[in-house]
Design a protein around this ligand. Sequence first.
Ligand code: AMP
Length: 305
Amino acid sequence: MRLLIIGSVALDSIKTPFGKADKALGGSATYFSLAATRFASPAIVAVVGDDFKVSDEKILKAAKIDVSGLQKARGKTFTWGGEYSFDLNSRLTLFTHLNVFENFKPQLSPAHKKSRYVFLGNIHPSLQIEVLQQIEKPKFVGLDTMNYWIEKTPKELATVLKLVDVLIINDSEARQLSKEHNLVKATKKIFLMIKKNSTIVIKRGEHGLLLFGHGSSMFHLPGYPLEDAADPTGAGDSFAGGFFGYLAKTDDVSWPNLKKACVYGSVMASFCVEAMGTKRLEKISDGEIKQRIKDFKNLTHFDTY
Ligand code: AMP
């Protein structure tokens, strides 16, 4: 099934207690597609500037990601800078420069318009809407956002929230969006802001995630207990990539399959964190993915009697 992602392709400057990266390949669309490509064939819709390196584009192409929707514009590529605390759980955004994204007008190709699975990655909500309106018959649409857009573009965000089947956000964003501390209460409030019968995934960093479905269905998955955590940048997008890649591959959005997709997403996020930037995602073997899915099963399985 065709899978499309609109999001940022960025040059990130990252500082963690364990390493540093400057102008490293990053962005929501990058992390999402590097994870999704292990299960499906993702296509990116984004824009980069004339400082975007051929070697970075090669990384995306080598991973068999469709970059025909990656426009090149005059100016600078989107840049983001972040610094993490010692426990890697909280981060400070040092700067966000939209650069070429300020004037980006996404025009989808006829093939991309036929995408059935669509992920509106973290980027201006108006761009998310513009892309979604061009898709002819989307089957399952996901959305990510962050504090930057919750604060700067609340109206546009409210509009796009009504158009998606799954909202994937982290716990602090859920609290900010709902103005509610308790996550179960926050989710109840967010359900009133989104399309009827949609699903919400709340990511909780190293503590895993909560999946909320129709009625009172709920699923909880721990984070994979990693021995080597270096850089959480892009973990959320890698989760979304694994989650959507698995759904697109199986073409099944039932509740039991959404739970499985959470495991595939969590596996990809756990790999992402093991090295700075995209480095670990670029070279995971199929065997390592299979093994970590098994590890997750062993980690969470128990017999009742
Ligand atoms: P995550 O750690 O999953 O939240 O994603 C981090 C990635 O999001 C980085 O690679 C950044 O380039 C990108 N990013 C940060 N802020 C924004 C923003 N306001 N809009 C789009 N992408 C962003």
